[in-house]
Design a protein around this ligand. Structure first.
Ligand code: NAG
Length: 702
């Protein structure tokens, strides 16, 4: 009874809690999904409280506590036994010893308290079970293969080459317009290509675009708008026109113009975009588009709403959830999402609230949906598992999705710093340069006012064999929390200022030549750094450093004078607090090897292949040493863990990646490719906003 009474206030607070997050629209607060979330956790919590209470009445409070401790202890050590010989558990004996200790401790407890049964299980049975568990674990730990014969990166490089070829073939199927139209219909559930598709096709051929058939990002971005009434899209645009830092481009009568923002760098971006559009504007219908001139994305719609739009937008007969719902119901459900846009909490969304809003953009049941990740000390292996192969990043596209990795909210500046710009929870037609997977901005190729094109580093032949990263300390934007989780500070700390006791698992070679093998070994970070040519540093552009946060950085890391990245062989590319690394394209072109660690997507993200055009690095940096040890090699660099390292580097792989990246950037990421992308996107967009969009389309005349 008591526990039931306790359950109710809890349920109610949870309901209100959800509402608080959503803020301006109570309609969403009691949506069926939230209700389900709340109810299921409520029932679970209630059952737990009731059963514990019953047990305490029966015996003493000590008993359930001991059992809980015992069960978690056993589970944790079994988990560790299963991890033996992976990077997370390099020694087999340690978890076995822990398992024995936990079992012995619990046995003593049972006898000391004279417990004959433990939750319906006879004492003898439990002891027998424990003994067999220990025996099985020991056998497993001993039998588990001790070494790896093929380096996982070797495998990844090889497989990614094949994958890149396959991608390219899939992107360049069509050689004639007829084929392109057929391909389009095939990939769009039977929908005709937009009007003037023939003009686009001709344009793409003329600009020598290698990619003809594959524009997944455009489809993904535009798709939800197919489920939105045209009038709603127009209302959204009208609203955006009144918002700050939005550029408006008008296309009418075959000419594009913009609304002349007063900020010169914003004007430069719009000038450039307008000049790109004007190369094909004659084929576009009249329209206005709103462009986000801030670096951060701004449209963050709850998953529930986007899902309804997507369902409503899919063509009849191709519904995502076939059978259960009728088309009319789906359309009504999308229609019920009210559009009453306003920015969330102007002008400043705290980091905590920002994370909660992002959690809502994840599907129900996904690990990030809770919005908080309590364990800030331990490494979250379930967060990396879906996109990794052991220590290394395998599935880049997956790694960009925050919904399976709640620890991201503590480990990246984008999440740990407050969002200082307008943020909208309604699906608004806003075009942005970059976003994370949670956001619903439509990606658009925009120039970077800060990127100088002349300095492409090609002229310089000699590069020093270092792994280089340098970034500005951004003193103005520092907060207490960003000092603790910043991905940039973590990198500098890892490379220069690791604490004496810190360790990292490194995949080290044993033996040399033909029968060389590999094994994960825990290594002191300081020792591992001493054999690595890392050069990580912070610069300071701010004049003075009186601020306490700046002083702290100065003390901890020190500041270095700026130096030229492109003189180095390996260049780490990290996000800023607001967007992707600005130097990515330049580095790709420069013949250096890019080590890319990002959570953002841009228009060309789908075109880049990890391990082929760049080396992907997880933003947790737990595999950085192992990755670089593979490419650079440790031979002649000194000893680690008490022995001379003999593994040779795979420089040819590194050079190959640098060359592939350079060639690909010169082929598929040129200005002509931006134009081709933009043209296709505006054709799609020009159709989805028309009243008769379902009838419009390009049909090939025979
Ligand atoms: C951190 O590393 C930098 C570069 O090696 C060094 O100059 C600085 O003194 C270190 N700071 C601390 C607190 O050890």
């Amino acid at each position: 009874m008591t526990s039931l009474a306790a359950l109710f206030p809890w349920l109610i607070t949870r309901l209100f809690h959800h509402r608080g997050i959503i803020g301006h629209q109570p309609f969403r607060g009691i949506g069926s999904l939230y209700f389900f979330d709340t109810l299921s956790s409520g029932i679970f919590g209630g059952a737990l409280i009731i059963s514990t209470a019953l047990m305490i009445c029966d015996s003493s409070p000590l008993e359930p506590t001991a059992i809980a401790t015992f069960v978690t202890g056993i589970l944790a050590s079994v988990q560790n036994v299963l991890w033996v010989e992976t990077y997370e558990q390099t020694s087999a004996s340690q978890p076995l010893v822990v398992l024995c200790l936990v079992s012995a401790g619990f046995t003593i407890f049972i006898y000391a308290n004279n417990m004959r049964t433990i939750v319906f299980v006879k004492r003898v049975v439990l002891l027998l079970l424990l003994v067999s568990l220990i025996a099985a674990s020991t056998t497993y730990g001993l039998l588990k293969q001790k070494t790896i014969t093929r380096h996982p990166v070797d495998d990844l490089v090889y497989k990614s080459r094949i994958e890149a070829d396959r991608w390219l073939r899939h992107a360049t199927v069509s050689t004639t317009l007829k084929l392109a139209v057929a391909e389009y219909k095939d990939r769009h559930h039977g929908r005709d290509p937009p009007q003037h598709f023939d003009k686009w096709f001709e344009f793409a051929r003329q600009r020598k675009s290698v990619v003809i058939d594959r524009f997944d990002q455009i489809e993904k971005d535009v798709f939800p708008f197919w489920g939105m009434k045209q009038q709603k899209i127009r209302d959204g645009l009208e609203f955006l026109k009144s918002q700050p830092d939005i550029g408006i481009i008008e296309i009418a009568g075959g000419k594009a113009t913009h609304n002349e923002p007063s900020d010169p760098s914003q004007k430069m971006i719009l000038d450039d975009t307008v000049s790109m559009i004007n190369t094909f504007a004659e084929h576009l219908p009249s329209m206005s588009i709103a462009i986000n001139l801030e670096e951060r994305p701004r449209v963050l719609v709850p998953w529930d709403d986007v899902h309804r739009y997507r369902m409503a937008g899919s063509k009849p007969g191709f519904q995502l959830l076939s059978g259960r719902l009728h088309r009319r119901e789906i359309l009504e459900s999308a229609d019920a999402v009210k559009l009453n846009p306003k920015a969330v909490d102007l002008p400043y969304v705290s980091a905590q609230k920002f994370r909660q809003l992002q959690a809502l953009a994840c599907p129900p049941g996904s690990p990030s949906r809770g919005g908080v990740h309590w364990d800030v000390r331990g490494f979250c292996s379930s967060c990396t598992l879906p996109h990794s192969k052991e220590q290394f990043l395998q599935d880049w596209e997956m790694s960009l999705d925050p919904c399976h990795q709640p620890d991201i909210f503590n480990l990246h500046d984008f999440h740990t710093t407050p969002h200082r710009f307008e943020l909208y929870q309604d699906l608004l037609p806003l075009f942005s340069r970059s976003k994370t997977a949670s956001f619903n901005d439509i990606l658009l190729p925009l120039m970077r006012p800060d990127a100088s094109l002349e300095d492409d580093g090609k002229a310089l032949g000699i590069k020093s064999e270092t792994v280089f990263w340098q970034g500005d300390s951004n003193v103005e934007a520092l907060t207490h929390q960003s000092l603790h989780g910043s991905h940039r500070h973590r990198l500098v700390h890892l490379g220069n200022n690791a604490s004496a006791g810190d360790e990292v698992p490194v995949l080290l070679g044993i033996g040399s030549g033909k029968d060389s093998r590999f094994r994960y070994e825990h290594t002191r970070i300081r020792d591992a750094n001493s054999v690595m040519p890392f050069q990580f540093s912070l610069t300071r552009s701010a004049e003075n450093c009186d601020d306490a946060n700046c002083q702290l950085l100065q003390q901890e890391f020190g500041f270095e004078p700026p130096s030229r990245a492109l003189d180095n062989r390996y260049i780490m590319l990290l996000d800023t607090a607001d967007g992707p690394p600005p130097d990515l394209v330049r580095t790709l072109r420069s013949n250096s090897v890019p080590l890319l660690s990002t959570i953002f997507q841009e228009w060309y993200t789908e075109r880049l292949m990890p391990w082929v055009h760049f080396i992907p690095i997880d933003f947790r940096f737990h595999g950085l040493h192992s990755t670089m040890a593979y490419f650079i090699g440790l031979k002649g660099r000194g000893s680690l863990n008490g022995r001379e390292q003999l593994t040779e580097g795979r420089l040819e792989d590194a050079f190959w990646i640098a060359e592939q990246g350079r060639k690909w950037a010169d082929k598929a990421m040129r200005r002509e490719d931006m134009e081709t992308y933009l043209f296709r996107q505006l054709l799609e967009w020009g159709r989805v906003i028309q009243d008769d969009r379902d009838e419009l389309g390009f049909v090939l005349k025979d």
